[in-house]
Design a protein around this ligand. Structure first.
Ligand SMILES: *Cc1c(COP(=O)(O)O)cnc(C)c1O
Length: 365
């Protein structure tokens, strides 16, 4: 890699990634577990992640064709499921040439397909709306929809749907969605796919012919308690370093808008990461930061390129000390919570200027 002066980087542990995939796949041994790597693999680097798991997954999934073409350009061979299906008529021919599995969810897409009866995507996925009300054919439309497909397409059909609330263990909506999709799949004798990470982990009844794991692949999981203990390893550790240390007096303010005021004589360390790197500006004072094996807390506003933390109670903090923002020692779920959002958003927002460094590292037991 080219010279790197600033030590802000996202360490991506590909051993952890493969470990997580295997843990999740083992929860549903009768299902094929598709790895969802849309949005630059949730910020981890789509091509590198795909290369690491290409040979162990039955298929990969991305949101739209542009992402899938990037993978083919990088030499990735696995079938690729396109979760939003074709967004343009031309997508059908491209999918056909490139072994992409299209997920059709509206009548326009269906019409594009019927206009090209010679085009045939090896596996055709049909999305049913079971209550998310975002994408999918209504349950009442299924028979009419299937009838417009050619016989060969009907034979290779996968019926699918998506959960709205599978993180909530007590929410009856999830079981309703499972019942709806399963009864349709049974009626038409089709393969089906419903479970995302939360479904795979907490709703075994949702396991289908294919499951689709996203967030858990990256070692993160939003659920406070899960029905089964899954030893996932965090894949991304976001790191930076200390670039300044100063002492401030009682009453002194730190940073923009004087948002933090010292209640005691304090030591403030400045760290080289800010909202332009994806460290959210609305991270609250008190958000933990890991320095030298100790926890310090955010003091003052997040700037574009820097944050300031209170290291008064820490011993031996010096310039150039490494800092972890989340990862091996700080759960990204907790940090996201302090930022008023969720793990998915925090991971996908790590910006392009943060170099991703790929390593293979076994867990330190
Ligand atoms: C993103 C996505 C997934 C993966 O969801 P996770 O909660 O990250 O496991 C699965 N299915 C569809 C349709 C998706 O869009």
């Amino acid at each position: 890699m080219s010279y790197q002066s600033r030590k802000t980087q996202a360490i991506i542990n590909l051993t952890a990634l493969k470990h997580n995939y295997q843990q999740i796949a083992a929860l549903a041994p009768k299902s094929m577990t598709i790895a969802v790597i849309k949005a630059n693999a949730y910020g981890h680097g789509m091509v590198e992640v795909a290369k690491a798991i290409d040979s162990i997954v039955p298929a990969l999934a991305v949101a739209f064709i542009d992402e899938a073409l990037k993978l083919r350009g990088a030499g990735i061979d696995s079938p690729i499921l396109i979760l939003e299906g074709p967004l343009d008529e031309k997508d059908l021919a491209i999918a056909n040439e490139n072994n992409f599995w299209l997920m059709l969810h509206n009548h326009q897409q269906l019409q594009w397909l019927t206009q090209y009866p010679h085009l045939y995507s090896e596996k055709l996925w049909l999305k049913i709306n079971t209550g998310m009300n975002r994408l999918g054919f209504s349950a009442d439309d299924v028979s009419q929809t299937i009838n417009t497909l050619s016989e060969k397409q009907q034979q290779n059909l996968v019926l699918c749907s998506h959960f709205s609330s599978a993180e909530e263990l007590e929410n009856p909506k999830t079981q309703d969605q499972i019942n709806t999709l399963k009864s349709i799949a049974k009626q038409y004798q089709c393969a089906f796919s419903l479970a995302n990470s939360a479904g795979i982990i907490n709703w075994p009844a949702s396991h289908g012919d294919f499951n689709r794991v996203g967030i858990a692949l990256y070692g993160s999981f939003a659920i406070p308690q899960t029905k089964v203990a899954v030893p996932l390893m965090p894949v991304m550790t976001l790191q930076s370093s200390v670039i300044a240390i100063r002492t401030v007096n009682i009453g002194d303010c730190v940073g923009y808008g004087e948002a933090w005021q010292a209640q005691r004589t304090s030591r403030i360390a400045t760290i080289a990461i800010g909202y332009a790197d994806g460290y959210f500006r609305n991270a609250k004072a008190g958000t933990p930061v890991w320095i030298n094996g100790q926890v310090a807390f955010l003091a003052g506003c997040v700037s574009m390129d820097m944050i300031t933390v209170d290291v008064t109670d820490l011993t031996d903090v010096k310039i150039a000390d490494p800092v972890e923002l989340w990862g091996e020692n700080l759960a990204v779920e907790e940090i996201a919570n302090r930022m008023g959002t969720i793990n998915y958003e925090v991971l996908t927002r790590v910006s392009e200027r943060v170099p991703r460094i790929y390593i293979e590292k076994k867990p330190s037991a």
